[in-house]
Design a protein around this ligand. Structure first.
Ligand code: NAD
Ligand code: DAU
Length: 359
């Protein structure tokens, strides 16, 4: 079997569902179930013996060591993280704890486990770290996209904690010979993304008649990738990636935030029209994110050239599927918009200055 950490979150749950749709190799899912972990994402696996769920923390060395001894996974895929940049600005401690110490704990448990293996089991074992393009910092408008050799320059507490984890993974390979793999991916979107992130936030706020908050001038650029394409890239890297290597994963799809929000409004006007007017009227410019990175873009040629991975979705096809998913899953949305969610909305948005969208 494989061990997936953070498998109740957005990408982890999509990954497990994809994995079990394509093969019968069981998945051990270790997830702390923070506010971002949602067992509803995996409801379709209820009673499926191929999915073993353990509620627990990747920082718990005894738990992780015990799970490795008991289940003997052939690979560990570390998705578990605190993942939201704005939350890292309000409270960075959990980011250092989970993203840095948690990765360290996993690496140490994995190292002891791997060193105790022999023969083919030892040769085939892998530790795959799921990381982000944010570790590379920000790009100017005319700079080329991030490659695997771009120097790390993380700007937010979240990015710094992910960068620290990446450095640990690198060192464990270099020093101990651990068979590690790393992926650095751009912004994902798709089903089951917690509505604190831009795309699900805009869809859910729009439907609930709330304003659609655009930070600053909305001209910050992200490179959007449909989550199923990211999952396919991770499967491919696990299968054929070179140990110690990093693979950048991206959609070749740079868009300014304001254009993303306008696109979502257009789709909602088409698929769930209001009684009168357009969702565009709900756009509201609000005070910018401190230290906001202006532009991310990924050069994904290495994974394409060496492993034959390419995204299957364009932004147009992926975003239409995503909006349709949210429109069809009101119950999921209602469920995640709990007390904690409302508290976060107040913390992040109540005190930002606002300015109406013009034009
Ligand atoms: P998410 O916040 O939706 O899910 C994170 C999951 O990790 C949750 O289920 C949570 O309960 C779990 N978790 C948190 N702390 C834990 C701990 N200490 N022990 C065990 N489980 C814990 O995040 P996501 O968007 O699915 O991101 C998954 C991974 O992919 C992260 O490592 C993130 O840095 C990376 N990533 C995300 C994106 C993106 O656009 N979302 C892009 C590139 C890379
Ligand atoms: O680039 C990969 C990263 O993408 C991942 O590593 C992170 O885990 C993931 O959260 C995401 O980070 P971003 O900060 O880019 O995503 P977010 O959805 O929070 O914001 C996307 C852009 O939209 C960003 O420029 C900030 C802006 N934004 C966000 C929110 C929540 C707004 O303008 N308004 C908002 O209300």
């Amino acid at each position: 079997m494989i061990l997936v950490t953070g498998g109740a979150g957005f990408i982890g749950s999509n990954f497990i569902l994809d994995w079990l749709a394509q093969c019968d190799e069981p998945v051990l899912n270790l997830d702390k179930l923070t506010y971002a972990g949602n067992p509803d994402n995996l409801a379709s696996l209820a009673g499926d013996p191929r999915h073993v769920f353990v509620k627990g923390d990747i920082c718990d060395a005894a738990l992780v060591t015990g799970l490795l001894a008991r289940y003997q996974p052939r690979a560990i895929l570390n998705f578990a993280a605190e993942s939201h940049v704005d939350r890292s600005i309000h409270g960075p401690r959990d980011f250092v704890t989970t993203n840095v110490n948690g990765t360290f704990t996993l690496l140490e448990a994995a190292r002891a486990h791997w060193q105790g293996l022999a023969g083919e089991d030892k040769r085939a074992f892998r530790f795959l770290q799921v990381s982000t393009d944010e570790v590379y910092g920000t790009l100017g408008p005319d700079e080329g996209p991030f490659t695997e050799t771009t120097a790390y320059a993380p700007n937010s507490p979240y990015a710094a904690s992910k960068a620290a984890a990446d450095h640990l993974v690198r060192a464990w390979h270099h020093t101990y010979g651990m068979p590690t793999l790393s992926t650095n991916c751009s912004n994902n979107y798709g089903p089951c993304q917690f509505p604190e992130k831009l795309i699900p936030l805009v869809i859910t706020n729009a439907r609930q008649g709330k304003s659609l908050p655009v930070y600053g001038d909305g001209q910050q650029v992200r490179d959007w990738l449909y989550v199923a394409d990211h999952c396919a890239a991770i499967r491919r890297v696990l299968e054929a990636g070179r140990c110690g290597d990093t693979y950048n994963v991206g959609g070749w799809n740079e868009m300014a935030n304001l254009d993303v929000v306008r696109k979502l409004c257009g789709l909602l006007d088409e698929l769930a029209p209001k009684a009168a007017g357009s969702y565009l009227e709900q756009i509201l410019h609000v005070q910018d994110r401190p230290g906001h990175d202006r532009r991310y873009a990924i050069d994904a040629r290495k994974i394409e050239r060496e492993l034959g991975w390419k995204p299957l979705e364009t932004f147009d096809t992926g975003i239409r599927k995503t909006v349709a998913w949210y429109l069809a899953h009101d119950d999921w949305v209602r469920h995640v918009q709990s007390g904690d969610y409302l508290g976060w909305m107040d913390t992040n948005y109540a005190h930002r200055d606002t300015q109406e969208e013009i034009g």
